[in-house]
Design a protein around this ligand. Structure first.
Ligand SMILES: C[S@@+](CC[C@H](N)C(=O)[O-])C[C@H]1O[C@@H](n2cnc3c(N)ncnc32)[C@H](O)[C@@H]1O
Ligand code: SF4
Length: 360
């Protein structure tokens, strides 16, 4: 079984911190893009799919008709009868009751909403297109439409944000009682407005905010199952967990990555080129990497150590080289063995990159 990721590379406008692949939404272009997505999906029609994730960009920026068409076709092309989790990403400014109703009807059973902050001042600073009130009404409508599995994304460590500000963001977000929370430290990425304007963030305060968040969420009954992800019992994201388990996935859409039969591919990051390649029955893959045994072992370790509760089987450290690094990390108390699985020591989560770089 494999996951299916569908990339919708359109946004209402670009947030000032974001370098994910997306362009401004255009109705005519989006229609053509969906035609191309359908052609692309057909190429993978025989894959057995157990989870679907429609992400972006901003999938909810598509019109009601475009969302309906995309979902109807995915249901026709693939056998989705064994899909356990079907996630759709929403941005509050582009959601309506009608869109939520059609999503639920056509199989979506999980929503991921980008809130980022509860403070309108911060949302404006980030260049977000919504305010907190709009998020509240989106969330309430989603509950009315019987969505019982909702994730909320938050950003922390914004310039000038204090620990007190962050506590307020968390406190207010927790009132929604969502099933899942993703907390991301704001990073300054190349090719963004923040990068060009030399925006500065403070790593030390991000660490304090992370520790505080972890403590507060644990007290509220959320399990910390991945570095940036917390969930109520049995509400961990199945689709994303399978990425971290190094399982296979199909990736369709401009800029999407896929991983099948030890081949990782990336589709071209250009909407017009993507459409034209599919119109001409050509491959959209512009990067292909064969994952040999050595790389497979490295990637399994790097990804699997993100799963804080699940951890990794010691057999994943198969080669003498990786096994020796494992021993060194166990000795340095960066990794530990608990219930027969190798796990990251909770106190070392913030230096995760430093630890996994030893295995590369
Ligand atoms: C690419 S977005 C797609 C979801 C949706 N469009 C949204 O904005 O909520 C996925 C997540 O990545 C986060 N993200 C994007 N750029 C980031 C950055 N520079 N630092 C930290 N998180 C970032 C977003 O805030 C969002 O929660
Ligand atoms: S953060 Fe989300 S809404 Fe903002 S530009 Fe990136 S993908 Fe689009």
């Amino acid at each position: 079984m494999a996951g299916l990721y569908v990339h919708v590379p359109f946004c209402h406008r670009k947030c000032l911190y974001c370098n994910f692949f997306s362009v401004n939404y255009d109705n005519v272009l989006a229609d053509k893009y969906i035609d191309a997505l359908i052609k692309h999906a057909v190429k993978f029609k025989d894959e057995k799919i157990d989870s679907v994730y429609i992400g972006g960009g901003t999938p909810s920026v598509l019109s009601l008709g475009q969302i309906r068409r995309l979902l109807e076709v995915l249901n026709e092309v693939f056998d989705l009868s064994r899909v356990q989790e079907f996630t759709f990403e929403l941005n509050p400014e582009s959601v309506s009751k009608e869109k939520l109703c059609i999503l639920r009807k056509l199989g979506v059973n999980r929503l991921s909403i980008g809130l980022q902050s509860v403070e309108d001042k911060s949302l404006k600073f980030l260049g977000r297109a919504h305010d907190f009130r709009t998020f509240c009404s989106t969330y309430d409508t989603a509950r009315e439409e019987n969505f019982d599995n909702i994730n909320i994304d938050l950003l922390y460590g914004l310039p000038e944000q204090t620990l007190k500000d962050w506590k307020k963001v968390l406190k207010e977000t927790l009132l929604f009682n969502s099933e899942h929370l993703s907390l991301y430290p704001l990073s300054i990425e190349e090719h963004t407005s923040f990068y060009r304007n030399k925006t500065v963030i403070c790593g030390d305060i991000q660490r304090d905010m992370y520790d505080y968040g972890a403590e507060m969420l644990a007290a509220k009954g959320y399990g910390h199952y991945e570095i940036s992800n917390w969930a109520k019992r049995n509400r961990e994201s199945f689709h994303n967990t399978n990425y971290w388990r190094n399982f296979e996935y199909v990736g369709i859409g401009a800029g999407a990555a896929g991983y099948l039969k030890r081949n990782r591919y990336k589709n071209i990051e250009d909407v017009n080129m993507y459409i034209s390649l599919l119109e001409n029955d050509c491959s959209t893959e512009f990067e292909n990497e064969c994952i040999d045994d050595k790389l497979y072992e490295t990637e399994t370790i790097i990804l699997g150590l993100r799963l804080l509760n699940e951890g990794l089987d010691t057999r994943c450290f198969n080669s003498p080289e990786k096994y020796n690094i494992l021993l060194e990390c166990l000795k340095n108390k960066m990794l530990e063995i608990k219930n027969g699985k190798v796990k990251l020591v909770k106190e070392c989560v913030f230096i995760f990159n430093q630890i996994v770089s030893k295995f590369v």
